[in-house]
Design a binder for this molecule. Structure first.
Ligand code: SAH
Length: 236
């Protein structure tokens, strides 16, 4: 079973959205499990202190290496990747999500405040992972995003395995536009090709739309797509 362990000072906010819909059903069905570890229980003082002021001065507080180190040692004795959610980390990609979903699970460490004492990152071999170039107030929502992205790829979780391959990023392109009934809404019809019943034409239209969207919205992805799938020969 794919196993996620989350280390946090806010255990009560889990499973949150992970308990609903696809992920929640998959958890209930035993496709994955979630252990939530309250970092605070590894504090040793009377006040259960998990943070202290930054060495060298400056605003805020930093999560203590001793408390976090003990929590990691207790919760993550196995070989699963240990990821620290962090805006300094490598941005999470669908390729990384696929690799993580194909493994035994993840151990996720959620920062708070100004972040965590640098020493614990190296000594416990934490890999920093970011969910985007913006600052959240804690790693919990980032951890939920990462888990959600992995869980939907686990065997049997998504209704139709085929739909995975057509999604944004899985072929290096953004997804083509989608429509459903009613046939005409506020005077706008569904593109005729989609109701033509001609599967070859539909596939060609979708491919062309996906390429157009990617080229205009995400030149970075488009360039990568050209070099990966077309040997860099097309100029678009
Ligand atoms: N002072 C830090 C930000 C701390 S934000 C800095 O400037 O780098 C507090 C915590 O929120 C972080 O420790 C991290 O766990 C989480 N976090 C914030 N933004 C994130 C992001 N984009 N991706 C993943 N985790 C993030």
């Amino acid at each position: 079973m794919w196993r996620a362990s989350v280390l946090t000072i806010l255990p009560d906010i889990f499973p949150g959205p992970l308990g609903a819909s696809l992920a929640g059903k998959a958890m209930a069905a035993g496709a994955w499990s979630l252990d939530v570890v309250d970092i605070r229980t590894f504090a040793t003082d009377r006040h259960r202190t998990v943070d202290d002021t930054p060495a060298g001065g400056g605003p805020g507080v930093v999560m203590k290496a001793d408390v976090l180190g003990r929590a990691i040692d207790a919760a993550a004795a196995d070989a699963r990747p240990r990821l620290l959610l962090s805006p300094r980390g490598a941005p999470l990609t669908q390729a990384r999500v696929e690799a993580l979903a194909g493994g035994a699970g993840v151990v996720l460490i959620c920062g708070r405040f100004e972040g965590v004492d640098e020493r614990v990152i190296a000594s416990r071999s934490l890999e920093e992972v970011s969910i985007g170039d913006y600052i959240l107030s804690g790693g919990e929502i980032a951890a939920m995003a990462l888990i959600d992205a992995c869980v939907r790829l686990l065997p049997g979780v998504m209704g139709e395995p085929a739909s995975r391959n057509e999604e944004s990023f899985s072929e290096g392109l953004l997804e083509y536009p989608q429509y459903t009934r009613p046939q005409v809404w506020e005077g706008q019809p569904i593109p005729e090709v989609l109701v033509s019943g001609d599967h070859g034409k539909i596939a060609a239209w979708r491919q062309a739309e996906a390429e157009k969207l990617t080229r205009t919205r995400r030149p970075d992805l488009w360039t990568a797509f050209l070099s990966r799938f077309r040997g860099g020969s097309r100029t678009g």
